[in-house]
Design a protein around this ligand. Structure first.
Ligand SMILES: [Zn+2]
Length: 126
């Protein structure tokens, strides 16, 4: 893949990363607001904030942090020069697929094979 295309996908991925980060921050603000309104006692509120942070981290680990990790890995592959190459068979992933799923690690063929044998590769989400 040439530099121009890599730059394009890097931009797309960084934009997705920004959106994920903002979404996470929004959730955090909502949760903190909720905790602050929960009751008026100050030291209990401190405790609540801590609990809420842990709750957020837990939720992030469920969804957003997986998405962020996928994006991070894709950006790393751009730096390493392995972006856009199927991690299973080594063929180039079609650009049409990368446009739809910029974090794709596999071409469609390998993806469907991996989905059939789900559980063998826990990162085979896309
Ligand atoms: Zn493949």
């Amino acid at each position: 893949m040439d530099e121009k295309k890599l730059d394009h996908y890097r931009t797309v991925l960084l934009e997705q990363l920004r959106q994920q980060t903002e979404a996470a921050r929004g959730n955090q603000n909502d949760a903190l607001e909720f905790a602050a309104n929960d009751d008026g006692v100050k030291d209990v509120a401190d405790q609540s904030v801590k609990d809420v942070s842990q709750e957020i981290e837990y939720r992030l680990s469920e969804r957003a942090s997986q998405a962020v990790a996928d994006i991070d890995q894709a950006l790393l592959r751009i730096d390493e020069g392995s972006y856009g190459v199927c991690a299973r068979c080594g063929k180039e992933i079609p650009e049409r697929r990368l446009d739809a799923v910029p974090t794709a690690r596999y071409d469609a063929e390998c993806q469907s094979l991996l989905e059939q044998s789900s559980g063998e590769d826990e990162h085979a989400t896309l």
